[in-house]
Design a protein around this ligand. Structure first.
Ligand code: PMP
Length: 350
């Protein structure tokens, strides 16, 4: 035997760039351009308490989320960002010989977890307009996972389609990754289907709509049976996941509904304004229900726009991949930031 043959070989996920330079207009990782609720920071973290381990049950935050969503505490699993929650869910639920299904164009972390945990995969192509076609998910699966709204396309799958998919797949766990759902029209979330489908897991994050990507907080909501299974896996791996400041500040954020709504309102208004303006610069913009848009230009390659913008200190996300290499993913920033983007389009003669 050679130890080199025993080393796990994986192709890791590539996170978006986090530039060190000041003055960059950073529209490449779908962060929120506004700060978290001022109430978050009004709660001090006691230095003397940091010597102690945090609450392994993350009780305060679980309770406030359970009140917020009107579900039982046993229906909530909290983790270190939704990446941690999704990874834990893959490990817990996707243990079949049958492949798990997800769209060919979607969150690029899914194939990475699948490889890490040795889960067989079937990618299902989106249609020509980048829509998920639920009819293409026929047949027994080892699991199904997709972002809704999808990333990087920003397209929303209507709730009626999510329901039809769940009806067609009682045999497996269906994970709906709702990282961006707060930017979609009300009534789009699969949370309303929880009572009807014990195999549904909805995953959320504080990184986008709650402006707390730096705190790393995510959660899942599902039936007590699903959440119990995830807790057992978590306590078999690492009991103390969320640190004390994250628990305290996360709980504060949930309590400030007015600020949350106001921020989302500003971002969706900017998104609509920016979309119209970009169309005037000859971009084709996929209708977005998220805090970013996915757009291609009529005659200038996306890569050229990406590189020119980068030189001008404006960062977008570009995926050099089949089917989407003509597209840019542009996070919606403040109105001022988006005006600078439009100014760049004008200067480029787009
Ligand atoms: N799901 C999707 C679809 C995402 O785009 C992201 C952000 N990269 C995540 C999950 C993970 O976000 P976080 O770990 O910050 O909660």
């Amino acid at each position: 035997m050679n130890w080199k043959d025993c080393v796990r070989k994986v192709t890791p996920y590539t996170p978006g760039e986090q530039p060190k330079k000041d003055g960059i207009i950073k529209l490449n990782t779908n962060e929120n351009p506004y700060p978290p609720s001022p109430k978050v920071l009004s709660e001090d973290v006691e230095m003397k308490d940091l010597r102690k381990y945090p609450d392994p049950t993350i009780g305060d935050l679980v309770r406030s989320l359970s009140e917020y969503h009107g579900v039982k505490a046993e229906q909530i699993f909290v983790g270190v960002g939704s990446d941690d929650v999704l990874g834990m869910a893959f490990l817990t639920f996707f243990n079949s010989e049958l492949p798990i299904a997800f769209p060919d164009i979607s969150y690029s972390f899914y194939p990475v977890w699948a490889e890490l945990f040795r889960i067989p995969v079937e990618t299902v192509p989106l249609d020509e307009d980048f829509r998920i076609r639920i009819a293409d998910y026929e047949g027994e699966k080892g699991g199904i996972v997709f972002p809704n709204p999808n990333a990087p396309t920003a397209r929303l799958l209507p709730l009626s389609d999510v329901e039809a998919l769940l009806k067609a797949h009682p045999e497996c766990i269906v994970i709906v990754d709702e990282a961006y759902i707060d930017f979609a029209p009300e009534g789009s979330s699969a949370l309303s289907l929880l009572d009807s489908f014990p195999n549904l897991l909805v995953v959320r994050t504080f990184s986008k709509s709650r402006s707390m990507a730096g705190m790393r907080i995510g959660y899942a909501i599902g039936s007590p049976e699903l959440i119990g299974a995830m807790q057992a896996v978590k306590y078999s791996y690492n009991s103390y996941t969320l640190n004390r400041p994250s628990i305290i500040w996360g709980t504060r954020s949930v309590e400030d509904e007015a600020y949350f709504r106001e921020t989302i309102g500003k971002i969706t208004a900017t998104r609509e304004r920016f979309t119209k303006a970009a169309e005037e610069y000859h971009f084709h913009v996929i209708p977005s229900s998220a805090n970013f848009v996915f757009a291609s230009h009529e005659n200038v390659p996306a890569k050229v726009i990406f590189e020119t913008a980068r030189e001008a200190g404006i960062y977008f996300r570009y995926f050099d991949q089949p089917r989407i290499s003509d597209y840019l993913r542009i996070t919606i920033g403040t109105d001022e930031e988006m005006d600078k983007v439009l100014e760049l389009f004008r200067k480029m003669g787009l």
